[in-house]
Design a protein around this ligand. Sequence first.
Ligand code: APR
Length: 266
Amino acid sequence: MKTANNNIEKAAQELNVASYAVALTGAGISTESGIRDFRGKNGLWTTDPEAERKAYQSFAKFLRDPKEHWIERLTSASLLRDLSGYQPNLGHLALAELENMGIIKTVITQNIDNLHSSAGSRNLIEYHGNYSKLRCMNCASKYEKDEFNLEEMLRNDSLPPICPNCGHALKLDIVFFNEPIPEEVAARSLHEAVKSDVMLVCGTSATVYPFAGLPLAAKQNGGAIIIEINAEPTPLTNGGLSDYFIQGSTGECLTQIMQEIKRIRT
Ligand code: APR
């Protein structure tokens, strides 16, 4: 693993000649938009382990008692409850530009904040879903959250929201701990990882599976070059899977990489 600080140039060179580069992102790419991550220095789980413990119970509670799950969801001060109003930052914008340049073919994100879409990324896989949608686990139908007046349903005791298609209780379209990744999402993400010859891994602690297994799949099945950008080393770095580790902010580093590719191409 090369750790020289000219990794920006080397990463730009690798991406410039890549035939199928894929980007993976985690909560770290959204901290510069003002959304806290989970395990970083000021992360939600770092500063409140009890919140993480409760998060691990969400899925079981939904299966056991969807109505109670929704009441708790709508009445607790969940810091991730309302993600509207945040704007994409330079990191999101750089990845969207790299897609426009034909460099990045797909972005696979763990983030539910919609910021990659807002930045203009089109070929996007939301591995852990999207906070603005509801999903039916029975028939896989998806709906905009705003199609349901959840606060009114809370007031008139008519939770949970019901799937118009099959009558099952709807859940938020975010993947809770211990909840399986929707099959189509998992299969498509693995396909993209194995197909990649360069993988950018941006702002993830690489500790939550199965997402964290995608870089290994890319390396083992496609021989991909792994370029990691993070504020701090991760198991990918320390385990030697990353060919390049760029320590810094995703906003700055992705912008510098994008600018370096443009310089090479002029
Ligand atoms: N630039 C670069 N790296 C950053 C920045 C930044 N501006 N801000 C934070 N980081 C790094 C942190 O140091 C940390 O290593 O990003 C990483 C974020 O890791 P996590 O908080 O664990 O987020 P993530 O990897 O996305 O978590 C995975 O865990 O709780 C679940 O479902 C949740 O999707 C989430 C999953």
